[in-house]
Design a protein around this ligand. Sequence first.
Ligand SMILES: Nc1ncnc2c1ncn2[C@@H]1O[C@H](COP(=O)(O)O)[C@@H](OP(=O)(O)O)[C@H]1O
Ligand SMILES: [Mg+2]
Length: 258
Amino acid sequence: MHYSSILPDVIKVADEASEKVLHIYQSDFKVSYKADDSPITAADTAAHDIITHGLRNISRDIPILSEEGKDIPWEERKHWRRFWLVDPIDGTKDFTQRTGEFTVNIAMIEDGEPVMGVVIAPALKEAYWGVVGEGAHRRDRTGRVHSIRVAEPKAVKRVVASKNHLNEDTRAFIDALGEHELVQAGSSLKFCRIAEGHADIYPRLGPTCEWDTGAAQAVLVAAGGKVETLDGTPLKYGKPDVLNPYFIAAGSWYRHRP
Ligand SMILES: Nc1ncnc2c1ncn2[C@@H]1O[C@H](COP(=O)(O)O)[C@@H](OP(=O)(O)O)[C@H]1O
Ligand SMILES: [Mg+2]
């Protein structure tokens, strides 16, 4: 499949969802809590509906796995060679805390790897997209689009980490890097900061699900970076359990030393 040819349509779907999300963000929205205690708002479900409708128009027969969709058993998912992976809003906590650092995420997964991804931060008016093997782009708040690439390795590493999930393991990993600077970013924007060369490494020694990482991993890999688990292999998708193992996202300079 030539992903570059459908990318503009996928960006259009993500833009439509972002517009709706921003509208709700600027209103007096209510916050509810899911069974796992994570927050959810009308924006999550509205974005899910827009995205699933839009993606079905692009490709009627490619299945969709979305954080806000119904649970699809492994018995069914194991037959998927290709699927859309969607997080209608990543960083719902950032949304409810009104930090602006939340994103709309759409990825295409093929044979366990993210091959195309679109990440939009509606409140920041920033967008990122990438097709693996064909490069990555950023659209700034003025609408200008330019190509992005990871930075050359630096002596003092710029570490990007989650302010909501900066646990002990992550702190120990960061300390072991030696002299470093901390760059704060919420949601999947952490990968995008590396992809555009504004940060060098994102250690995630804590839980995430496949939909939190797929789109931004595609952007980062398309920009020359990598996302590896602690055994040094690329983070894979379409796993029986949608929970990801711990991972490190970085530029290509990174080599994991267990
Ligand atoms: N215990 C847990 N299990 C699974 N995923 C978790 C988790 N704790 C946090 N996450 C994921 O981490 C994401 C937020 O990460 P960050 O703090 O880096 O912004 C959340 O995304 P959502 O906001 O889409 O629910 C959530 O999916
Ligand atoms: Mg998420």
